[in-house]
Design a protein around this ligand. Structure first.
Ligand SMILES: Nc1ncnc2c1ncn2[C@@H]1O[C@H](COP(=O)(O)OP(=O)(O)OP(=O)(O)O)[C@@H](O)[C@H]1O
Ligand SMILES: [Mg+2]
Length: 1002
């Protein structure tokens, strides 16, 4: 169940939330507080406010394991803890992008600073899961800054061994993921009077003791210091109190400063300033005849050296002052001894204050959220943590105490405003039935201090403005007259019987937490001191206002009181704009003793912190309120009536329907404009069901958006395709038109468009173009062939066959000649023996029955015995004949064409041919005795034979080679050609591996 967390704590630990008390009385409240405290339960809730009691001992409540238990949990799921509040603040910020703040209040020693450290540690631990370097850096600086600020701003006091002597408000900036990206520290009014003087049992700021006890011998020597706080006026008082180990802390601070990014020069400068202040404190003055003098001038030398300031300037500012007289004239006026002491102290205080301010400034520079652009990164959200000095009362209270107490008054008022007053006013405004709860309103006290013209601060301003003329007594009188009837103001003058105040010195303000008596002399005070003359850059940067004209100093500068008031007003405004979380710290006893709870003291604190009223308002009140429309916007997805939009009369009734469905109607009240939710659990139930639905809604949105994107893309693509289509059509059309134009004249002889250039087609038309070109070539061939006379057809066919068979390997193959084939029958070629050849042809025709003569020619032949003879070659469509020309062309050899397998020729111009036949010796011949001489007839022979073989479907192997291989009676031989100019007729000659044809070259 949702209650498990709280049930981890059994009833023996009392009520984890004061709201659960049976009766809201001081007795019950105290009983519960005490019971829990004794059982080590130091934290208890009032709603979302944590009440914390300082245990003064180590409790096993902190560390990574505990942090894991609280991370991402709701407030009531686990026992009350600071971690739960830190988580709530962080979650509220993340969920609603709201700035939040955690205000920690309580007396000095109540545990505020400890609480703030736990909160910071928790925030650091749960953020930056992705380990981004920049975020780690910011976290490091955030955590380490505490250590440094405590060294310079905390001191051992009677109330607290580590008391914060300044107010601290830290803003942590977060990005939209909830990771810290930067931070800023505001410090408020350092109690600088502590530099000079401490109450008995108290110490100066830790930093001095840390330096004196922790620094190395060499470093101390450089600073002209000795390792003994008792030797220095400013640290003498607390020298005996070494409660915490200053040596170790010194190292820790150095380490922390390094991590933060202080350079070694800067740290050096810090130490020199601390040393200079210590030396300054030891300076004494003696009055001599020649005027005022410094007792130990050596000290002035040290100060001058350590601050890098001219020695005579230091001397002069101690012994005299420059004043403006009348117009703009400046006069140097010598100090009296008390004036010089006052100047010395003022100087020490001012330097320390500047040093502290500078350190805070440096830390801020390092922590500043860098390189962030709200338009890109989203708006930063902020968690503020306020740890301000607690209310305190001393026997004699200085100006700082006055301010500290005013500050607490102011914060209490904010608490009242936010938790008690506004809350109740809102219920009334919204028409919620409400029993008014009485509470003490401290606005009158705040008024008393800060009211314009009449307030204590205003009168103080007045007094400071008229330097010299207004004495302490006059100031007190002015206060008395203005506030004579004020219920929270009194003085001895107004109440003469009260011996606790002195006449003409003290006045008293009745604060909400107690009466505080102040002496006026402690409150009025002035002093100027400047580091602008220093030649050290770090030191100079502590006085950023620069060298002020002394005449301007007299022009009514804002007093410290007014400055403080302004900073308080700004702080309260800042806090009021954020969603506040409160930690109310209670100090259980004065002795810092563990386990003891002084009931009287605690009751007092519970009373003035207004905790009972807080419980009452809380019990009657509501944990959360939201305007109806905003509520709907956040939770409407959890109910079918309201999702995506409701149809009911008003948002109010829609909210009613929603809560009805969840069964949560009993835990809420309906205001005019807002819904009031009583317990946080209801809110969490709603949050959880919302969280369950968010992924589904995200999916829905993604779906719709992805659909839109896809549709948009699709439309674009369609458009692109349309455009592409149009463009392609345009290209095709242009191309076709161009083709048409170019080939207009192609039909005309004799070229039939031979030289026409085809335009480059678009890619789509490439196959079309290829086909077209094929068609065109066939058409053109047809046109050409059509005009050839039928008598030439045989010749043409032979030429085509020759071209195919030679494959371009023989250049000169007599293509340009008319081929007449049967040269032996021609009287031109064969004038003497044409007749006998014709007779023989007739005989063969009768005998072998051939139809056509394919080729005939005289040849020179060589045989395997290397004998060359003149012969004749006759090729018919049936046989290859070798004839004897000298014996009427008697047949010497007849090979049926079916046996012929191929022929070989050379690539040259010679007329060598080797005929290959199955199972026969290769026939090696050279055509000769042609008319004209050496006519090129090889191509003709090849063409005729190839054409015939094609016709009958027989393979003919035509080889072109300049070294022809022969096969004669199984022997492998070669024949090649040699050109010989003086050779009368071609003839063969024996060579090493065959024959050479000697060819008469032209
Ligand atoms: N939760 C805690 N557990 C253990 N000890 C604690 C705890 N809170 C406070 N203390 C003890 O109480 C001391 C005083 O606490 P802390 O410095 O936080 O007081 P403070 O409220 O900041 O006082 P001041 O107003 O003087 O700065 C601490 O030094 C520590 O010893
Ligand atoms: Mg503190």
């Amino acid at each position: 169940s949702l209650l498990t967390g709280r049930e981890e704590e059994g009833p023996e630990f009392g009520k984890p939330d004061f709201v659960l008390l049976d009766q809201v009385t001081m007795e019950d409240f105290m009983d519960n507080l005490k019971l829990r405290f004794e059982k080590g339960r130091i934290y208890t809730y009032i709603g979302e406010v944590v009440v914390s009691v300082n245990p003064y001992r180590k409790l096993p409540l902190y560390g990574p394991e505990m942090i894991a238990k609280y991370q991402g949990r709701e407030l009531y799921e686990r026992p009350p803890h600071l971690y739960a509040v830190a988580d709530a603040a962080h979650k509220a910020m993340k969920r609603r992008a709201k700035d939040t703040c955690i205000v920690i209040s309580g007396e000095s020693g109540a545990g505020k600073t400890e609480a703030s450290k736990h909160i910071m540690q928790y925030i650091a631990a749960i953020t930056n899961p992705s380990q981004r370097a920049e975020v780690e850096r910011v976290k490091d600086v955030l955590l380490k800054s505490t250590c440094v600020l405590e060294a310079f701003g905390n001191a051992h006091t009677n109330r607290n061994h580590n008391s914060s002597r300044f107010g601290k408000y830290m803003d942590i900036n977060f990005d939209f993921k909830g990771d810290p990206t930067g931070g800023h520290i505001h410090s408020y009014l350092l109690e600088k009077s502590r530099v000079l003087k401490q109450h008995s049992g108290e110490r100066n700021f830790h930093s001095f003791y840390q330096l004196l006890r922790g620094a190395k011998d060499g470093q101390l020597q450089d600073l002209n210091l000795q390792r003994d706080p008792a030797l220095y006026t400013f640290t003498q008082q607390g020298a005996g109190l070494s409660v915490n180990s200053d040596e170790a802390n010194y190292q820790a601070v150095i380490q922390a400063m390094k991590v933060i990014g202080f350079s070694s020069d800067e740290m050096d400068c810090v130490h020199r300033i601390l040393a200079a202040i210590l030396h300054l404190g030891n300076i004494q003055f003696v009055e001599t005849e020649s005027g005022l003098e410094v007792a130990e001038e050596r000290l002035v030398d040290h100060v001058a050296r350590l601050t890098a300031t001219p020695r005579d300037l230091v001397m002069r500012s101690l012994l005299s002052r420059t004043v403006a007289s009348g117009g703009r004239e400046l006069i140097e006026k010598d100090h009296s001894a008390p004036e010089a002491r006052y100047a010395r102290d003022a100087c020490a205080k001012a330097i320390y204050e500047r040093l502290f301010g500078w350190i805070v400034g440096r830390i801020n520079e390092v922590m500043e959220a860098r390189g962030r652009d709200p338009r890109r990164d989203g708006k930063d959200t902020v968690i503020g943590v306020l740890d301000i000095y607690g209310f305190e009362i001393f026997p004699d209270n200085s100006f700082e105490q006055f301010c500290i107490n005013y500050c607490n008054e102011k914060l209490q008022q904010l608490f009242i405003q936010l938790i008690l007053k506004q809350e109740q006013e809102e219920y009334q405004r919204e028409g919620i039935t409400w029993q008014n709860i009485e509470y003490f309103n401290n606005s009158a006290i705040v008024e008393l201090v800060e009211r314009p013209h009449r307030g204590v601060l205003a009168i103080l301003d007045e007094a400071c403005a008229s330097v010299g003329t207004v004495t302490d007594r006059l100031f007190l009188q002015s206060l008395d007259t203005h506030h004579r009837h004020h219920p929270h103001y009194t003085s001895r003058q107004l109440c003469p019987t009260d011996k606790t105040m002195e006449f003409g010195r003290d006045f008293r303000i009745k604060h909400y937490a107690g009466d505080v008596t102040s002496a006026v002399e402690g409150i009025l005070g002035k002093g100027v001191c400047s580091g602008t003359y220093s030649t050290d850059l770090t030191l100079r940067s502590m006085w950023p206002d620069g060298q002020q004209d002394i005449t301007e100093v007299t022009k009514r500068p804002l007093t410290a009181g007014t400055l403080f008031k302004n900073s308080m007003v700004a702080l309260v405004e800042n806090l009021a704009a954020k969603e506040p979380y409160y930690v109310r710290c209670i100090k259980p006893n004065e002795e810092k003793s563990p386990g003891h709870l002084d009931e009287e003291r605690c009751r007092h604190q519970v009373a003035y912190l207004g905790l009972l009223e807080n419980v009452r308002v809380r019990r009657a009140g509501f944990a959360s309120r939201q305007p109806y429309p905003r509520f709907l916007l956040r939770y409407k997805m959890t109910c079918e009536y309201t999702w995506p939009n409701h149809l009911l009369g008003s948002d109010k009734s829609a909210v009613g329907a929603l809560l009805e469905q969840h069964g949560l109607k009993d835990d809420v009240a309906f205001g005019h404009n807002k819904l009031f939710i009583r317990s946080p659990r209801t809110l969490v139930t709603l949050e959880q069901s919302r969280a369950r639905l968010i992924p589904i809604i995200v999916l829905l949105l993604q779906k719709a958006w992805r659909g839109t994107l896809a549709r948009r893309r699709c439309r674009r693509l369609k458009a692109i395709y349309t455009i592409m289509g149009c463009f392609r059509r345009h290209k095709v059309r242009t191309h076709l038109t161009e083709l048409q134009n170019r080939f207009q004249a192609a039909r005309h002889p004799p070229l039939y468009g031979r030289d026409m250039i085809w335009p480059t087609p678009p890619a789509v038309l490439q196959p079309f173009q290829d086909t077209c070109q094929g068609l065109f070539r066939r058409w053109r061939a047809r046109q050409l062939v059509k005009n050839i006379p039928p008598s030439d057809m045989a010749q043409i066919k032979a030429k085509v066959a020759a071209m195919g068979a030679l494959q371009g390997l023989r250049q000169d193959w007599g293509c340009g000649r008319a081929w007449s084939r049967d040269y032996l029958s021609s009287t031109i070629d064969n004038p003497t023996a044409a007749a006998p050849f014709a007779q023989q042809l007739k005989n063969l025709k009768e005998k072998d029955g051939f139809r056509n003569v394919l080729f005939s020619s005289h040849v020179r032949k060589v045989n395997r015995f290397n004998k060359s003879r003149d012969r004749a070659l006759l090729l018919t469509d049936k046989h290859l004949y070798k004839l004897e020309p000298n014996k009427q062309y008697r047949v010497m050899r007849a090979v049926p064409l079916s046996q012929v397998t191929g022929l070989s020729v050379t690539s040259g111009q010679d007329q060598l041919v080797v005929l290959h036949a199955k199972g026969q010796d290769d026939l090696v011949v050279c055509l000769h005795r042609t008319q004209p001489k050496m006519d090129n007839r090889i191509g003709e022979l090849v063409g005729m034979l190839a054409g015939h073989f094609q016709g009958v479907g027989q393979d003919l192997e035509v080889r072109v080679s300049d070294c022809i291989q022969l096969n004669q009676r199984g022997r492998r031989r070669h024949v090649s050609v040699e050109s010989k100019p003086d050779q009368p007729t071609p003839d063969f000659r024996h060579s090493r591996d065959g024959f050479v044809l000697l060819w008469p070259s032209p």
